[in-house]
Design a protein around this ligand. Structure first.
Ligand code: PLP
Length: 400
């Protein structure tokens, strides 16, 4: 089945009174009616679905949203949490509860990098940072102690793409195989990392999944076995650090996931058109995974889901901070974009990465990753007339 067939096959849940939308269930606790049932729940012996105990564990809205998200990512289950960082930190803490070695891309969201480097590294966890798309380096860094490899599917902000198929194949030849964790926040639907060899897929739901920039959330897409570990009463990070997403936000996310396929197609189609057009000016380097000039173009084409395009994010390297500031200021004053962090909104959002969402990353690592001070990351919205917008982009760029 493809993604849309899987989404379609998800059980339809009517609301109370036959409402076309499911109801919101704002209860924090649920009666089991019989005391024996509660005991079985605490003993982990209850097999039937649809029994709820307490809102920090599961509630009907988190289960509904998780099942739809699992259909999207082709995982056994998914679990909505209170932020993307909650998804990352609970997953990593669970896997590394007894220490170990993590190989992580060095070009990731600044908050993830700071969490790994400044918090985890001080808690008995060894971390090796690798280039985001250098499979040979990842394999070299991987040893018997390596419990996980952490990568973003399009790295933030240079949009490099790891060749997961090759990574998985090479890891299978080794006796010891760490879990592959993919942050797919930038590219939902564009990739199905599970089909490419990933074990756990993480999202900041704050971005494309929700698409409205109106609340913060996250998602862990994984196996039943891993979710059971996370939910363990005595050792589970989800159970014990408590980042469950509340019923109202879970419900909102469930509603908005239904429009994800049409939103992503529109984001991607517009981003590709803009990238292609402004590359044609031959003035500045345009980074977009759908351009043949992209260094990973070949492996991207082997791995992506063409029906959803190459994603809604592009970047333009304007070489200097002052060019970048001029560009962002003009785009904002001409109504093309908002100078704001985050992504996946219906309006275009742009920010200068080096001085904002990547500022936590060491100077030397930014240099190694060729993160230019003039790089502007653009999350292209789908609002307004694209032809008029492209003309405005031309005029602004021609004045730099
Ligand atoms: N992963 C990526 C790629 C991100 O860009 C972000 C946030 O900007 C996060 C994770 C963290 O998500 P949240 O802000 O929802 O905690």
């Amino acid at each position: 089945m493809n993604i849309e067939q899987r989404m379609d096959a998800c059980k339809r849940i009517f609301g109370e009174f036959g409402g076309v939308n499911p109801s919101i269930h704002p209860s924090t606790t649920f009666t089991t009616l019989k005391p024996e049932t509660m005991q079985k729940m605490f003993n982990g012996e209850l097999e039937e679905a649809g029994c709820y105990l307490y809102g920090r564990h599961f509630h009907p809205n988190s289960l509904q949203t998780g099942m739809l998200m699992a259909a999207i990512e082709n995982t056994e289950i998914a679990y909505p949490v209170s932020s993307g960082m909650a998804a990352i930190s609970t997953t990593i803490r669970q896997i590394f509860k007894d220490g170990g070695h993590l190989v992580s891309s060095s070009e990731i969201y600044g908050g993830s990098y700071a969490f790994f480097k400044n918090i985890l590294a001080k808690q008995n966890i060894d971390i090796s940072f690798c280039a985001p798309n250098d499979i040979d380096q990842i394999l070299e860094m991987t040893n018997d102690q390596t419990k996980a490899i952490y990568l973003e599917m399009h790295s933030n902000p240079n949009l490099k793409a790891p060749d997961l198929l090759t990574l998985k194949e090479c890891l299978e030849e080794k006796e010891h195989s760490p879990k592959i964790i993919i942050d797919n926040t930038f590219t939902p639907l564009t990739y199905t990392p599970k089909n490419l060899g990933a074990d756990i897929i993480i999202h900041s739901g704050t971005k494309f999944l929700n698409g409205m920039s109106d609340f913060v959330s996250g998602m862990i897409c994984c196996s039943h076995e891993f979710l059971n570990e996370l939910m363990d009463l005595n050792h589970g990070e989800l159970m014990l650090s408590g980042p469950a997403l509340d019923p109202i936000s879970s419900w909102k996310l469930y509603q908005n996931l239904h429009t994800l396929p049409i939103r992503i197609r529109e984001h991607s189609q517009r981003a590709e058109e803009l990238a292609y057009s402004i590359e044609g000016l031959h003035k500045f380097k345009i980074i977009y995974p759908g351009l043949s000039s992209h260094p990973d173009f070949e492996s991207i084409n082997e791995q992506f889901n063409p029906t959803f395009g190459y994603g809604g994010i592009l970047a333009i390297d304007l070489e200097t901070q002052s060019n970048a500031e001029y560009f962002v200021k003009e785009c904002q004053s001409q109504g093309l974009a908002l100078n704001a962090v985050s992504l996946g909104y219906y309006e275009t959002l742009m920010s200068i990465s080096r001085s904002s969402t990547s500022s936590e990353i060491d100077e030397s690592t930014m240099e190694e990753n060729q993160l230019s001070e003039g790089l502007v990351r653009i999350s292209l919205g789908y609002f307004g007339d694209l032809e008029t917008q492209i003309e405005k982009y031309y005029n602004i760029l021609n004045k730099i």
